[in-house]
Design a protein around this ligand. Structure first.
Ligand code: ADP
Ligand code: MG
Length: 373
């Protein structure tokens, strides 16, 4: 699965940018503010959701323009045999919704997910290991959701029931025990489902990471689910979770929040070859660990779906030394699949194997040459 052609019309700072991309590595190089991340964001809108910045749709229409459009031709692995799929999305200025078209027909944004699966890494994620557990939980949930679509439903039902229970406990009047118990039952059911899906994802990903070659100069992460105290997280069973919530009412009331449950789960990551916690690793090592996780996740998706997701790696070279960069490009090239990468200079990508698409981005357009049309 790869985007063969991509076009941005009045999207962010791109009035009209057209790119022809090969099926493998695609390099976007250009100065700060030239519009590299904007191109990745445009690609990310060809999947369900709000894109890799999580920005308001309205902010993506080029200032002064009435409507922004992103469209692309998607080719499957047997590229010659099958006709490309035309994916497109349009945003009207001032609108919070987008219109999606697949092969010329109106479609829902969710339907994009049947065609295209995308994984991305942005500089905003560089501090994932040192910041709070909530960021790692979101990361974990995004990875889980990519493999188990029902995960989002259970997560939002769990959160909604927890918010209702917290409100009830915070109320000065004594809470109706039957109502509390009903909310806790909801939390227990959906919480156990959320927890089980995370455990499945983590176990499968840990196995992929463990089997990845340690010799290619890239760190191997060892991952596990941890509880709020950093110990290995046990599975939450429905009945045990309901019991824990009931037993925790008084403490939770005093704390003003729910102190126990899968919403406290953390993703623990260790640099396996050094036995060092990711949070204590150098910035470059952390970046490499994160890249290893994303690549391993891509392998899981490829195994489940039969086709590799497209990877979007923004400012991928930042923090990586030349040896690590070369190891990364090598791994990405041998892994197969399309990978869009950005960096401020083409020289950062010298070690990218020949045959890659290289595009110079300049002030909202792409230069003539490979990949531009
Ligand atoms: N809606 C918009 N209309 C026009 N320009 C925009 C819009 N949104 C962002 N920009 C511009 O896009 C540029 C940033 O592009 P970006 O892709 O993030 O740069 P980089 O190449 O460093 O990744 C900024 O100069 C910003 O002003
Ligand atoms: Mg950028």
């Amino acid at each position: 699965m790869a985007l063969a052609q991509l076009s941005l019309t009045d999207f962010r700072n791109h009035p009209a940018t057209r790119i022809d991309a090969g099926p493998g590595l695609v390099v976007l190089a250009g100065p700060n503010g030239s519009g590299k991340t904007n191109i990745l964001e445009a690609v990310s809108l060809l999947a369900p959701g709000r894109g890799l910045r999580g920005a308001a749709l309205d902010s993506m229409v080029r200032q002064g323009a009435a409507r922004g459009v992103v469209s692309a031709d998607l080719k499957g692995p047997g590229a010659e045999a099958s006709a490309p799929v035309a994916l497109g999305t349009a945003i009207e200025a001032g609108s919070a919704r987008r219109k999606v078209r697949i092969n010329g027909a109106d479609a829902s944004a969710a339907a994009l997910g049947e065609w295209l699966s995308l994984l991305w890494l942005t500089p905003a994620m560089d501090r994932l290991f040192v910041e709070s557990a909530s960021g790692r939980r979101r990361f974990l949930d995004r990875m889980t959701l990519a493999l188990e679509p029902s995960h989002g439903h259970h997560a939002s039902r769990y959160e909604a029931a927890m918010r209702a229970r917290n409100r009830l406990l915070a109320d000065d009047r004594p809470a109706d025990p039957a109502w509390l118990a009903a909310l806790e039952e909801q939390m227990a059911q959906h919480g156990a489902a959320v927890d089980a899906a995370r455990h499945r994802l983590t176990a499968a990903l840990a196995a992929v990471l463990e089997s990845s070659a340690p010799a290619d100069g890239f760190p191997r992460p060892a991952i596990m689910l941890a509880d709020g105290d950093g110990a290995q997280a046990l599975k939450w069973e429905t009945a045990a979770l309901a019991d824990a919530l009931r037993a925790g009412r008084a403490l939770d009331r005093r704390a003003g929040r729910t102190l126990t449950g899968p919403h406290r789960t953390d993703l623990s990551v260790i640099h396996a070859d050094q036995g060092q916690a990711a949070a204590l690793c150098s910035t470059g090592e952390q970046k490499a660990l994160l890249l290893s996780i994303i690549i391993g996740h891509g392998e899981l998706i490829a195994a489940a779906r039969g086709t590799r997701p497209i990877l979007l790696l923004d400012e991928v070279a930042a923090h990586l030394d030349p040896a690590r960069r070369a190891a990364l490009f090598d791994r990405l090239a041998t892994g197969g699949g399309q990978v869009w990468m950005t960096g401020t200079e083409m020289a950062l990508f010298d070690a990218v194997p020949a045959g890659a698409t290289r595009i110079a981005v300049q002030a909202g357009s792409v230069a003539e040459g490979t990949g531009a049309r």
